[in-house]
Design a protein around this ligand. Structure first.
Ligand SMILES: Cc1cc2nc3c(=O)[nH]c(=O)nc-3n(C[C@H](O)[C@H](O)[C@H](O)COP(=O)(O)OP(=O)(O)OC[C@H]3O[C@@H](n4cnc5c(N)ncnc54)[C@H](O)[C@@H]3O)c2cc1C
Length: 484
């Protein structure tokens, strides 16, 4: 059933087995899986079915001058969450991501690659990628190298709101509340057991909902933000006794490494090539993993949303009679010139963090300030990897690379932007010293509060986060049903 919390209240607020806050990819997948197992689920979504400025405004925050970021543009706050405009690119983690390592004095994943992979079929299934046995090379990429290999991925066209609204409406075990914002989490006297979620609509109405188990699935910024804001009973916030909530904010680094001229004979008809660094490079040159895209100027990425935009652009160019100019721009490829971009791993680093500021949103919750920092290990990783790919590109006779000056000149600051992949702010760690959730995604210092989403990533690798966060969501569902 779908309930508009702006208009209808719910009398029996203690009839549920689980309260889940946030109906994006993680929240919807979790609610449906738990409901399938016969449990009663309340799913609270802060937004409505459609975008509204009043809801989106809650996502505003500040960003320090370290590196630019757009907190309210990189996320969407309504049913289906940010998947309402995601690009759908999917790639699984690799074994190397789960090898034991210590980075910036922090441990990596406390679970194994095999454990993560157990849930790949379920994640592929919800993304309607079950037909895919192996993820495909994006274009005609080829390289002979120990340090780089052709990158692979798959493309999902699922928008969670459009695909699952009907199922949520129909399912007798799920109540989806729209315009239902989690504004407080109250604890029992033991300060470890969650007593209830406080849910508020846009007309100032508040109601408490009770269940044996609670899950927050509101995206990596909001998951940390709500824990920090809930400080009426524990002054540092919930789950934050070791001061780790909001720490280790990670992104996938988008860096314009430089430009290249391609060797036409080696490229053939290819418009772009995408390479992935190998674990050998990572180990020998102390780099993270990275996707590196060589795209000719003519090539605009053509999967998911960007493919649609490109198609629309082509169509319009004919209708508006400006086709000649646009055709020129579209086909302009400067004898094989192109730019090199990345989706590069950022290592977990405590100084890269979120903190609350005094400014409040319309519910009286403090907004966040993001201080997005690279560590020296990241800087070394980017420079080492860039030089290696430039050398291998030339050795493979694919063309010649001119690296950006901020790569070759270590006195300059490396210019980065993000991919709208927020991760790590409630990271998973066996010990509460290094993270916020345990191996079962339960907040360390609580008995019954869990987190779903990429905020629990211990490291982010160089893979788009949604498919792996869904794997962890299904793992969480298995755990929750096994204990109740
Ligand atoms: C332009 C763009 C392109 C992207 N492309 C890709 C891609 O190709 N591949 C990929 O893997 N990822 C991509 N992503 C990232 C992807 O969208 C996210 O990884 C994914 O949406 C995260 O799912 P989630 O459920 O954790 O969070 P979200 O989808 O953000 O959902 C969180 C939900 O919580 C709700 N909420 C927030 N606060 C509250 C509250 N207080 N109370 C109740 N509800 C609340 C929100 O309204 C929202 O519905 C892209 C992102 C952007 C912006």
């Amino acid at each position: 059933m779908i309930i508009d919390f702006n208009n209808d209240s719910h009398k029996n607020t203690n009839e549920y087995d689980y309260c889940i806050s946030g109906a994006g990819a993680a929240g919807i997948a979790l609610a449906l899986r738990l409901a399938e197992s016969g449990k009663r689920v309340a799913l609270f979504e802060g937004g409505d079915r459609e975008y509204s400025q009043v809801s989106q405004d809650i996502y505003k925050g500040k960003v320090t001058e370290q590196n630019p970021y757009w907190l309210d543009l990189y996320r969407l706050r309504f049913l289906g969450g940010t998947t309402n405009h995601w690009a759908g690119r999917c790639r699984p983690f690799v074994e190397y991501d789960f090898e034991e390592k210590q980075i910036n004095d922090l441990p990596g994943w406390p679970i194994s690659f095999e454990e993560m992979n157990r849930f790949l079929p379920q994640a592929k299934s919800i993304l309607e990628l079950e037909e895919i046995d192996t993820f495909k090379i994006v274009e005609n990429t080829h390289i002979e190298s120990e340090y780089f290999e052709p990158d692979v991925s798959a493309s999902s066209s699922i928008r969670f709101r459009d695909r699952f609204s009907e199922e949520l409406e129909r399912h007798s075990n799920v109540d989806l509340y729209l315009n239902a914002n989690l504004v407080d989490i109250q604890l029992e006297e033991d300060l470890s057991t969650i007593k209830h979620f406080v849910i508020q609509n846009y007309n100032q109405k508040k109601q408490s909902f009770t269940a044996p188990h609670y899950i927050i699935a509101m995206g990596a910024i909001e998951n940390a933000r709500i824990l920090l804001n809930c400080d009426s009973q524990i002054s540092s916030g919930i789950g934050n006794q070791t001061n780790m909530v909001g720490k280790c904010f990670m992104e996938h680094l988008n860096i314009r490494l430089g430009e290249f001229v391609s060797n036409k004979a080696s490229w053939g008809e290819s418009q772009s090539m995408q390479f992935m660094t190998t674990p050998k490079l990572a180990k020998e040159m102390n780099t993270g993993l990275s996707n590196i895209t060589f795209g000719t100027v003519r090539q605009i990425k053509a999967y998911g949303r960007t493919a649609e935009i490109k198609a629309l652009f082509n169509k319009l160019s004919c209708q508006l009679g400006v086709s000649e100019h646009l055709q020129f721009l579209y086909e302009h490829d400067c004898i094989g010139e192109g730019v090199i971009s990345t989706l590069c791993e950022q290592f977990p680093f405590k100084d890269s963090k979120l903190a609350l500021i005094d400014e409040k949103d319309s519910f009286g919750l403090r907004r966040v300030e993001l201080d997005w920092h690279l560590s020296q290990n990241d800087i070394d990783s980017i420079r080492n990897m860039s030089i290696a790919i430039a050398e291998e590109f030339a050795e493979n006779n694919l063309g010649r690379v001119k690296l950006s000056s901020f790569i070759t000149d270590s006195s300059q600051k490396i210019e980065i932007s993000g991919h709208a992949h927020q991760m790590g702010t409630t990271r998973m760690s066996a010990s509460e010293e290094f993270g916020v959730v345990d191996v079962n995604c339960k907040v360390h210092q609580t008995n019954n509060l869990y987190i779903a989403g990429s905020s629990v990533f211990s490291t982010g690798g160089a893979v788009n986060p949604t498919m792996p966060l869904l794997q962890l969501t299904y793992r969480l569902a298995e755990h929750l049903t096994s204990i109740s």
